[in-house]
Design a protein around this ligand. Structure first.
Ligand code: SF4
Length: 77
């Protein structure tokens, strides 16, 4: 499942990744690390929420942003 986001939500999402995701280390994702640093996919996405961990465990902490994104994507449920 992928939730679309609006251009004005891209930067708030990126800020939340950096401040709220425990797997984000200097813009890289510790979960994706296979011995080489792997860029966080959510930091390079500008149109949707692609990371399930972020969607389920990090984004809900920002209630207003979370609810707005859910509302604008409710047709995909
Ligand atoms: S890809 Fe997901 S889990 Fe990994 S750092 Fe980015 S937001 Fe966090």
């Amino acid at each position: 499942m992928r939730w679309k986001i609006k251009p004005e939500q891209v930067e708030p999402v990126r800020q939340l990744v950096r401040s709220g995701c425990c797997n984000c280390s200097d813009g890289n994702c510790l979960l994706l690390d296979d011995g080489d640093a792997q860029t966080c996919v959510q930091l390079i996405c500008s149109s949707a929420i692609y990371c399930r961990h972020f969607r389920e465990n990090v984004l809900p902490a920002e209630k207003e942003l979370y609810e707005t994104i859910i509302k604008q994507n409710k047709e995909v449920y």
